[in-house]
Design a protein around this ligand. Structure first.
Ligand SMILES: CC(=[NH2+])C(=O)[O-]
Length: 127
């Protein structure tokens, strides 16, 4: 089974990808950037507000799949600057509870549309 997930609770794709793909027990969620789903514009230039929107976008996709943040098994965080590591960690932690997902966090050269943060996630239906 390979089922794309589409929802207006998260931004529309800005390229040739699905918001998420359900492959049975696992959902692969595409990298979310801080676009407001209702406008397809960035919510803010502020990294904290950007990280909050990114997490909300992930939440919208999880909700569409009938899941929540506790189903995330792995996340990858991409930062425009590692100087934002602490503030993004703070926001990220505020949406999650222990046991936290496995994770990687890396600084990259550039993110789509000049975002300061992008997060992708893999969620599992059976915890
Ligand atoms: C934003 C995003 N996920 C992409 O692949 O461009």
């Amino acid at each position: 089974m390979f089922k794309p997930i589409a929802t207006d609770k998260a931004p529309a794709a800005i390229g040739p990808y699905s918001q998420a793909v359900d492959v049975g027990d696992v959902i692969y969620i595409s990298g979310q950037i801080p676009l407001d789903p209702s406008t397809q514009e960035f919510v803010s230039d502020d990294v904290k507000e950007q990280a909050q929107q990114v997490m909300k976008n992930l939440g919208g996709i999880l909700e569409e799949a009938g899941l929540d943040y506790s189903h995330i098994a792995k996340a990858n965080i991409y930062l425009d600057s590692m100087d934002d590591f602490a503030v993004v960690n703070e926001v990220y932690a505020s949406f999650l509870s222990e046991p936290y997902p496995a994770r990687a966090a890396v600084e990259v050269g550039k993110l789509p549309k000049g975002a300061k943060v992008e997060i992708e996630a893999i969620a599992v239906k059976e915890k």
